[in-house]
Design a protein around this ligand. Structure first.
Ligand code: ADE
Length: 425
């Protein structure tokens, strides 16, 4: 592995040219980010600020990183999942002078080592996807908090945990919940996860989805997107849920709802999207059909109990990239994709650039917002902050314009009417 002490550790710097072409491809499909880069590279609002980031190293993330740098920030980066780093992208970033510690196939020790390297810059801001960076600060390097003005969090799982931390009064600095922006969750989580998860399953298996019993565990935004796309390809979608209203929505979208205990017996393909551990366990593997395919698209690899699968098995071999065949003692074969990690990022390239454009515009604007609070001397208590409605509408508006769509505008009279509670029949 190439290594230049303190500055980067990536798989192979020789992959940089290949990575750069992919980043340029992403740039051509991320017009909101490119507009923000153009605007803020002139004023450099992040000059003098150090950002430690921990987020999947993909071509889209590279566009975010280089936009933060253009706006004046000093950036240090690590990946937020051991299997999601695209080595050519990490190489291209390193070659462009970005401090980065990331390579595909890290073990857990290397994963946390990389996070800790990024913290050696003593950041002023953190940028997370899944909250491992912010937890490392809180649990291992709490003194760093003295330099930190705030952070941003990309994903549902991370925001959940941060809200729990905040409720327990354990959160030491303010964090903006990027995930909860409408221009994030209503697009990235639904259409991004929908497409990229199917992409990951197909790259790892190349199976036909039409006619298959496709079990989606969890009907939140991500599960909904996956179910919608699987149904579009002709699969019979079965949803498992714990929340009555979510299950109800699934039925009204035309999906069948049942418990995992029932679904386990008839599913051909299983995907977990719950954010909760032990969704598929021993009792489910035991009753699965021969040839069942199992994968996860939730942030952590705890949704499928792989220890249970291993304990039930007499053998294991890799049959295709990101596809491991477990032979159970009952003779059935179960195929586990991407080692139970995010199938969309480990077996494919993550969400398409077009959708990450809005998610990362929210990341970028949120980092600037935290800096603005700081420069204006506005004290923000440690808490989880929402994205302002105006930011959502601004990002949505730019996206729409770059797609070539025009929309109507309320007249003055309509605005008055909307706010007039006395108007009726
Ligand atoms: N999360 C899901 N897809 C992603 C992508 N393409 N880049 C970064 N993070 C992601």
């Amino acid at each position: 592995m190439d290594s230049k002490a303190g500055k980067y550790k990536v798989k192979d710097l020789g992959l940089a040219a290949e990575g750069r072409k992919k980043i340029e491809w992403a740039e051509s499909r991320m017009p909101v980010m490119m507009a923000l880069r153009e605007k803020y590279s002139k004023t450099k609002p992040l000059k003098g600020y150090k950002i430690a980031g921990c987020l999947h190293v993909t071509k889209e993330t590279a566009v975010l990183v280089e936009t933060l740098k253009s706006a004046g920030a000093q950036v240090s980066w690590s990946g937020c999942n051991p299997l999601s780093t695209q080595d050519e992208i990490a190489a291209a970033l390193a070659k462009n002078g970005i401090e980065i510690y990331a390579w595909h196939g890290q073990n857990v020790k290397e994963f946390y080592w990389s996070i800790e390297q990024t913290l050696s810059m003593k950041p002023n801001l953190t940028l997370d996807d899944g909250a491992d960076l912010i937890f490392t600060v809180h649990n291992k390097y709490p003194k760093l908090v003295n330099n930190i003005i705030g952070g941003t969090e990309e994903t549902t799982t991370g925001v959940h945990r941060l809200r729990a931390m905040s409720a327990a009064k354990k959160l030491l600095y303010p964090v903006i919940a990027v995930n909860d922006a409408e221009t994030k969750w209503d697009f990235d989580n639904v259409y991004g996860t929908g497409q990229s998860s199917i992409d990951g399953i197909l790259r790892a298996t190349s199976v036909l989805l039409a006619g298959k019993n496709f079990v989606v565990a969890g009907y939140g935004h991500c599960g909904k997107g996956v179910a919608m796309r699987a149904a579009g390809l002709g699969a019979n979608v079965i949803v498992t849920e714990v929340k009555p209203t979510a299950a109800l929505k699934a039925t009204l979208e035309g999906h069948v709802v049942m418990t995992m205990d029932e679904a386990a017996k008839i599913g051909d393909i299983f995907i977990t999207a719950t954010g909760v551990k032990d969704i598929i366990t021993e009792k489910h593997f035991k009753v699965m059909k021969d040839g069942a395919i199992v994968c996860n698209t939730g942030h952590y690899d705890c949704e499928i109990n792989i220890n249970h699968l291993a304990a039930l098995s007499k053998g294991k071999r890799t049959v295709r990239p990101n596809n491991e065949e477990y032979t159970l003692k009952n003779g059935h074969k179960v195929y586990l994709l991407a080692q139970g990690r995010l199938v969309n990022l480990a077996a494919a390239e993550g969400h398409p650039s077009e959708v990450m454009d809005m998610s990362f515009a929210n990341q970028f604007m949120s980092q600037i917002r935290l800096v603005n609070y700081h420069t204006k001397g506005i004290k923000v208590e440690p808490q989880v902050l929402d994205i302002p409605v105006e930011q959502d509408q601004e990002i949505g508006g730019i996206k729409l314009r770059t797609m070539g769509y025009k929309i109507d505008k309320l007249t003055k009279e309509q605005e008055v009417y909307m706010n007039d509670y006395s108007a009726g029949t």
